[in-house]
Design a binder for this molecule. Structure first.
Ligand SMILES: Cc1cc2nc3c(=O)[nH]c(=O)nc-3n(C[C@H](O)[C@H](O)[C@H](O)COP(=O)(O)O)c2cc1C
Length: 315
């Protein structure tokens, strides 16, 4: 089954964000305004097939609430992609996506993620290994950028020849990180290339989308199959809703949502994950009222989930 083709267009996808979109946050978003499709954080296939397996498995945890869910992989060894993808099929993922866009120095140094833009040979091996592991049971897709140092349509052409179910394009080069505006015109051009080279491959546009309406307009203007939203979720946890209530919501309701997030974290991870990661969500839920800054500072001083919940209850 190919989940991508079952989605009504334009569909909306929650972007993979490492240390952000874990099973807990995805459950929160499944309850506020659910996207059509979720992605996991990027999980290292080489790590999963090594002694570091347990830590990587955390990134692949999910509940029924977050379906349909695509597992995203990164790594360097094709044989580990075969093994891992076979496992993903058994675990019940709806698809597997290869990260060929992350520009973070640590991964680029290894030759992984966005560094693959300059290594077609290995990229092809990784895609074929994943397709072998998937055995036609789940679709294989890629998420990438428009080039490494500069725009590189040869890279896109190469990817369009890989028989992918879907291709997500973030409209910046790796070198640009997030420093320049996202190039939607270029994403539109890539969609036209798709029409010529690989009509079956769906194109998902990604970068700087802050509302569903904006996403719908961009999809229409550039003929895209779907839109992926990442950081927009920090400004509005209801970003996938047609009519977001977020701006009108009382601060008390926002705090209640944060409490729910923390409680779910506690239930899911106990002591297995550092609760400091929860603090990065403070700005999402605690903003837009007098004294929000001071209130957030109090949360930053907390060392555990219990203390965070106590501060939130004190409001
Ligand atoms: C904190 C953070 C973590 C990210 N982790 C991943 C990741 O694991 N895999 C991936 O493909 N992209 C990752 N990204 C990139 C996003 O998926 C997305 O492509 C990027 O943020 C641009 O979209 P946006 O403007 O809607 O946020 C990450 C981005 C952020 C901000």
């Amino acid at each position: 089954m190919n989940i991508w083709t079952e989605l009504k267009k334009p569909f909306f996808v929650l972007a993979p964000m490492d240390d952000v979109t874990d099973t807990v946050f995805r459950c929160v978003i499944a309850d506020t305004a659910k996207p059509d499709l979720f992605f996991t954080e990027f999980a290292n296939a080489d790590g999963l097939q090594s002694a570091g397996r347990i830590a990587v498995l955390q990134k692949l945890k999910f509940t029924g609430a977050e379906k349909p869910l695509i597992a995203q992989l990164w790594g360097m060894k094709p044989e580990n992609y075969v093994k891992t993808t076979k496992e993903l099929v058994k675990m019940g993922f709806s698809g597997v996506d290869l990260n060929m866009g992350c520009p973070v120095r640590n991964v680029v140094k290894l030759g992984a993620c966005s560094a693959l833009i300059n290594n077609h040979e290995l990229s092809n091996e990784l895609v074929e290994a994943t397709q072998e592991g998937a055995g036609g049971k789940i679709p294989v897709s890629v998420k990438t950028r428009v080039g490494f140092g500069e725009v590189d349509l040869g890279w896109i052409e190469f990817l369009l020849q890989q028989n992918l179910a879907a291709l997500t394009i973030h409209g910046r080069t790796a070198k640009q990180q997030s420093k320049v505006p996202n190039d939607w015109k270029l994403i539109g051009k890539i969609r036209k290339m798709r029409d010529e080279i690989a009509p079956e491959t769906l194109i998902i546009g990604n970068g700087d989308v802050l509302t569903r309406k904006q996403g719908e307009e961009l999809a229409k203007k550039h003929g895209l199959d779907g839109i992926m939203i990442g950081r927009g979720i920090f400004q509005d946890p209801y970003v996938f809703s047609k009519d977001s209530p977020w701006k009108q919501m009382e601060i008390e309701e926002k705090i209640n949502l944060y409490k729910k997030h923390i409680q779910l974290f506690k239930q899911e991870w106990g002591d297995k994950k550092n609760p400091a990661g929860l603090k990065k969500f403070a700005k999402v839920y605690i903003s837009g009222f007098d004294g929000a800054n001071e209130f957030r500072t109090k949360l930053m001083d907390c060392n555990n989930t219990k203390a965070m919940l106590e501060v939130l209850r004190s409001k």
